[in-house]
Structure formats: C-alpha cells, structure tokens
Design a protein around this ligand. Sequence first.
Ligand code: DX5
Ligand code: ZN
Length: 222
Amino acid sequence: MKKIKLSPSALSCNFANAGVQIQASRDGGAEYLHLDVMDGIFVPNISFGQPVVKSLAKCTDMVIDTHLMITEPIRYIEDFAKAGSDIITVHVEACTDVKATLNKIKECGKKVGLSIKPKTPVSAIYEYLPLCDLVLVMTVEPGFGGQKFMADMLPKCEELREYAQKNGLDYEISVDGGVSAENAHLCVKAGANVLVAGSSVLGKEDIKKAAEDVLRAARMGE
Ligand code: DX5
Ligand code: ZN
C-alpha cells in the first residue's frame, strides 16, 4: 500500500490569503498541493494559469500537483513545468495525441499524471498506464469545486489497483471531487492513495484541523 497523501485544492482558497491557508493545510499533514487550471473550453469554468502556479509553488515545499483541465494541454506543458509543477496531470479526453503529451511531461523532467472524467472508463487509458506516475479518477464532473462525491466512481480505483498489480505498474491513484472526512476511508479502501480535497480542507474555517480530519478518516480505510 502506498503512503496516503492529502492534496488540498487551492481552488477553495481565498487567494488574497493563499500562502497562509496553504501553510495551515501543510501543518495539518498535507504533502501535495493540487492546482486546478481551467480554460473555459475543456470545462465550463476559468480558474488561473501559470503566474498563480508560479507564486504558489514558490510559497511552499509541498509537491505541486497541477491538474490541467485545458484543451490540447501539450501546448502548455513546458510553461507549467517551468512554473514549478512537480506532477502534471492532463485529461485523456483533452488530448489529440495522448502519448506525445505524456512524453512531453516526461521530457520536462516532471511526473506524469493522466485523468479520466466520470464517463470515461479505465479501459480507455490501459495503453497509457505504463507511462503514468499518477492516475486521477474524477469523482465529480470537472469544472467546479464543492460538488457531490460520486461513490460509483470508486470501482475505477479498484480496477486501476488490480491492473497495476497484474501488469507490474507503479502509479499512484488519486481521487478528485467531493472528497471529505465522510468518504476518504472509502477512497483508500478502493485503492486511492492521493486524496484531493478542496471545500473539505481549504474551504473550512480551521484548515489545519480539517486536513487532520480528512487524513485521519483516510487512514481508517487502510
Ligand atoms: C474540480 C477540480 C477539483 C476541485 C475539488 O474540477 O478538479 O480539484 O477543486 O474541489 P472539491 O473538493 O470541493 O470538490
Ligand atoms: Zn482537480
């Protein structure tokens, strides 16, 4: 079993106070920082781009887990690598040439992440899994924070875990969308080890405690 990591999503921050809020999540045990980049085309929302990633990456020693919800992300891989991302995750649905996109991330010296939307089956990415360091299973339709967790996505984590075991692969399995202290144990039980959490951590009043609560709940699933 891989180490459980909490990856608070900065989308739930008050950006005027982001450094302090992110540090509070770090103090609560979060090791990754999830940065959601949205282009208003691949998803019906716009968030932020390279300048914000760059500033946030500089203000913390957390692993920068950049989630690109943008069309043809290959165009911007270098930019987000230079901005300080450690892991760059793209959507299989957003790429014309998935292999070239994943290889581009590797060429930039970054960890390769691949994500699937709720309607995309795991079988759609079998051929790319040997290239992946992380697979991100969306547990909401991407685009907005604060949506309801889709528990019916958890069998995808089980399938990914079994596939890795059978094929000698070693990617991390991440879940994103509606993750909270109420369902974190289910995610871990299903095989996820990187838990992205927006509203349930950085959206809370006491961020340190919220991070501790989600991590404690997650460990119950081990
Ligand atoms: C949604 C984003 C998520 C979002 C999660 O498209 O990918 O990372 O910020 O927020 P919560 O945890 O509030 O669902
Ligand atoms: Zn995300």
